[in-house]
Design a protein around this ligand. Structure first.
Ligand code: PLP
Length: 382
């Protein structure tokens, strides 16, 4: 669907999905095939081998590109595979400036894998433009950040950072996993690349792992496409289908996540056993004003700290019923976790280490009062 005048709710339902030309099937079929018959030697109908391209994946690419307002999208086997492909555009000796509050797996990939190949990484607080101005230089190829961050939910001004990056001849890549394209579209704010772990809000049902990169830079897209085929970090047709199916309800789900998280965050903020609630929708959030300006809603993630510290945090995490104790986020069901020993164990003993008493919840689309009652009874156990 080429018409970019449609609103995002319409794009979630229709973009990329065309009625199957051979049967009229309304939903894109799962083209569960590795190879495609050729009409003559090296002549085919656009598909020759499913590592290179597959029609179910093409539909997902077109959908993701439309949602982020980009020209090109590529889907990957996981969010990490997408980030790894992205970083292969950076050569040894070049530098990546990365936000200092990023997904633990991103930090691990950068410091434990890619640094060994000669790419330089600098971790800074991207919410502070002065820190960025001081760190950036002509060897900086890429600025990489998350907003909101995982798990501290800090916000960075995408437009302002894009301006600094471009003035210094660097690209800006934004990991938009926490916001989803419903709440924020980084390309429209000047970013060069958008990344998603589609495992989270985009897939939305905790049943598929995937990643994506979206860009308007055709030259970089062609390099990424070459790399993807050369390296092979591709999602299977079934995974693409599940992700496409999830996208149909993305706008509805994200709306419900935001409404429920707002109520849950308010409940926690008013609770005497809770010492701090971090949520971009509360007016005491350090970047509340930026959240209002940059995002269409506060998101579904809430982090909080209890007066009882780590011990109390462990009690809460073990005593909720609706909130499942699990890693990941962005699915329809509510999850609870302690980032320090779980999702962010890979940053322990690093400058990015997380307070062991921090609790992170991914607020699902259940009834808000049921979720609040669940947290209330877990809090009573402390
Ligand atoms: C989960 C996550 C990733 C990694 O994605 P996978 O699909 O698990 O490989 C990257 N960035 C953020 C912000 C995430 O939450």
């Amino acid at each position: 669907m080429s018409d970019s005048n449609f609103h995002i709710e319409t794009l979630t339902v229709h973009a990329g999905v065309e009625h199957d030309p051979s049967t009229g099937a309304v939903m894109t079929p799962i083209y569960q095939t590795s190879t495609f018959a050729q009409t003559d030697v090296a002549e085919h109908k656009g598909y020759d081998y499913s590592r290179s391209d597959n029609p179910t994946r093409t539909a997902l690419h077109n959908s993701l590109a439309a949602l982020e307002g980009g020209k090109h999208a590529l889907a990957y086997a996981s969010g990490m595979a997408a980030i790894d492909n992205m970083m292969k555009l950076v050569k040894p000796g070049e530098q990546v400036i990365c936000g200092n509050d990023v997904y633990g797996g991103t930090y691990r990939l950068f410091t434990k894998v890619l640094a060994g190949y000669g790419v330089e990484f600098a971790f800074i607080n991207t919410t502070d433009l002065e820190e960025l101005e001081n760190a950036i230089s002509d060897k900086t190829k890429l600025v990489w950040l998350e907003t909101p961050t995982n798990p501290m939910l800090k916000l960075t001004d995408i437009k302002a950072v894009a301006e600094v990056a471009h003035r210094n001849g660097a690209w800006l890549g934004v990991d938009n996993t926490f916001a989803s394209p419903i709440l924020q579209q980084p390309l429209s704010l000047g970013a060069d690349f958008v990344l998603h772990s589609t495992t989270k809000y985009i897939g939305g049902h905790s049943d598929v792992v995937g990643g994506a990169i979206i860009t308007n830079n055709t030259e970089a897209y062609e390099q990424l496409k070459f790399l993807q085929n050369a390296i092979g970090a591709v999602p299977g047709p079934m995974d693409c289908f599940l992700t496409l199916r999830g996208i149909k309800t993305l706008a509805l789900r994200v709306g419900a996540h935001c409404r429920n998280a707002t109520q849950v965050a308010q409940f926690l903020a008013d609770h005497p056993k809770v010492s701090e609630v971090i949520f971009p929708g509360l007016d005491n959030h350090p970047q509340y004003e930026l959240a209002q300006r940059q995002m269409a809603g506060p998101g579904g993630m809430v982090s909080f700290v209890l007066h009882g510290g780590e011990q109390a945090a462990r009690i809460i995490a073990n005593n909720t019923e609706l909130f499942t104790l699990a890693e990941s986020l962005g699915g329809v069901e509510s999850l609870i976790e302690l980032p320090a020993p779980m999702t962010h164990a890979s940053v322990a003993d690093s400058p990015l280490a997380i307070d062991p008493g921090l609790v992170r919840i991914s607020v699902g689309i259940e009834n808000a009062q049921d979720l609040i009652n669940d947290l209330k009874s877990a809090l009573n156990r402390i």
